[in-house]
Design a binder for this molecule. Structure first.
Ligand SMILES: Cc1cc2nc3c(=O)[nH]c(=O)nc-3n(C[C@H](O)[C@H](O)[C@H](O)COP(=O)(O)OP(=O)(O)OC[C@H]3O[C@@H](n4cnc5c(N)ncnc54)[C@H](O)[C@@H]3O)c2cc1C
Length: 388
């Protein structure tokens, strides 16, 4: 039996960040990942899976030693976030209004993951097992265990960072609340005539939002939320037909573009009823998924990482038993509350804007206009979205 302080299943963005945060503080970590990400090469087309990485997540990635590698691959900082339903009700959030250089970066998920893998390789105390998931996951009073092929690993805690369909969560029996939203989303990567942009925008329409996210170079990612039937129909179109459909459905400010690639995703809200069971702890999408409307999913996962690492380190430094229920409660209580608040806020927006009744339309557009002129309140909202 190989002995470690902590075992992690899943070395995606959240799992790899957890391994770095804990190894930096002297914990020995074994991390198991089923898929190895393709190494980065600048000539590769942009991946479809991209995320808006908030300023707070950027700070965490810097502390973990991953940011410089991520930034050296490809990132697209944005200074402005605009959202509207009627053109006259546009709300613009500008980084300069709160004295910042940028609000966040749009980055391919694989680039973030690769930066973290590079940081993991530079740290002592991390054993990475790739190519297969665990055959068995179990726990008893003495520890938590993984069987991976011929290897048996023991840790004092086992962290499930294995995404929305977490096997670790299934091994705990922790229940889930949640539902499928009535929208799916179509993500389309494009090459734009305009050079690299520093604005991300979202237009609300009764059939769902339409969003533009800038990518490095003359590139962007379009997100089209619509009914599952409509998204399936769009997926079947030839590139030329899809381009025409986008030109009709998206606002003119999109400008000239060519299609590079597309993919579709169902939208699900999930929340684990607890974040730990004995020695098994859940983080990131294994614990919660959220409507991607405001690009918060992995940013919440990174906050889980920062909080859990902090409570474990505080307990260890003060001589407490860091794998105890009391310590894990100090992770679960604030993180579950914060994640629930963000999920509910997103759902409020989603419901409010997915309705074509005129009085509601008027009210929400007046609300947006008021938000544009809300001064300090608007700045608070901006700071919250940036995770500050
Ligand atoms: C359309 C869409 C747009 C989004 N946009 C944004 C955005 O703009 N900003 C944002 O913050 N978030 C966004 N999100 C959410 C974000 O993608 C997720 O929150 C994030 O990927 C979660 O990271 P994770 O590491 O928890 O899980 P995952 O990314 O799912 O990673 C899980 C890892 O575990 C591995 N794994 C799974 N099972 C096993 C196993 N049994 N054994 C070993 N390894 C295993 C997987 O291979 C993977 O590497 C978006 C989501 C969607 C669907």
């Amino acid at each position: 039996m190989e002995q470690y302080d902590i075992l992690i299943v899943g070395a995606g963005m959240v799992g790899a960040a957890s391994a770095c945060a804990l190894a930096q503080k002297g914990f020995s970590v074994a991390i198991v990942e089923a898929q190895t990400p393709q190494p980065f090469a600048p000539e590769q087309p942009r991946d479809l899976r991209v995320s808006a990485i908030s300023a707070a997540s950027e700070q965490l990635l810097s502390q973990l030693g991953a940011w410089s590698a991520i930034d050296a691959m490809r990132t697209a900082p944005y200074q402005t976030l605009a959202t509207w339903e009627w053109q006259r009700s546009e709300v613009r959030f500008e980084a300069s209004e709160i004295g910042c250089d940028h609000l966040g970066h749009i980055i391919e998920n694989r680039v973030v993951q690769l930066g973290l893998w590079q940081a993991m390789a530079e740290l002592d105390g991390i054993t990475l097992l790739t190519g297969q998931g665990p055959d068995r996951i179990w726990q008893d009073e003495a520890g938590a265990y993984l069987q991976v092929g011929e290897r048996r690993l023991q840790g004092r805690l086992l962290m499930g960072c294995d995404g929305a369909r977490s096997r670790v969560r299934a091994a705990t029996g922790i229940g889930l609340t949640g539902w499928q939203y009535r929208h799916h989303c179509l993500a389309v990567n494009i090459t734009t005539e305009a050079p690299q942009q520093t604005i991300t925008w979202q237009e609300f329409t009764p059939s769902g939002p339409r969003a533009f996210l800038p990518l490095a170079g003359h590139h962007g990612s379009l997100v089209w939320y619509d009914s599952p039937e409509k998204v399936a129909q769009l997926m079947r179109l030839e590139d030329g037909e899809l381009k025409r459909a986008i030109q009709q459905a998206f606002p003119e400010r999109l400008g000239a573009f060519e299609i590079d690639g597309r993919g579709s995703f169902p939208l699900t809200r999930q929340h684990a009823q607890h974040y730990f069971d004995g020695r098994l702890v859940l983080l990131g999408d294994a614990a919660h998924t959220i409507n991607p409307l405001a690009g918060q999913g992995v940013n919440l996962g990174f906050k889980d990482v920062a909080t859990l690492a902090q409570v474990l380190v505080e307990a260890k430094d003060s001589g407490q038993s860091w794998d105890s229920e009391a310590v894990l409660m100090r992770y679960q209580t604030p993180r579950r509350r914060d994640n629930l608040l963000m999920q509910s806020t997103m759902d409020l927006f989603y419901t409010l804007f997915s309705n074509d009744r005129l009085p509601l339309k008027l009210a929400r557009n007046l609300g947006l206009m008021a938000a544009q002129n809300a001064g300090p309140v608007k700045n608070q909202v901006m700071r919250y979205a940036m995770g500050l």
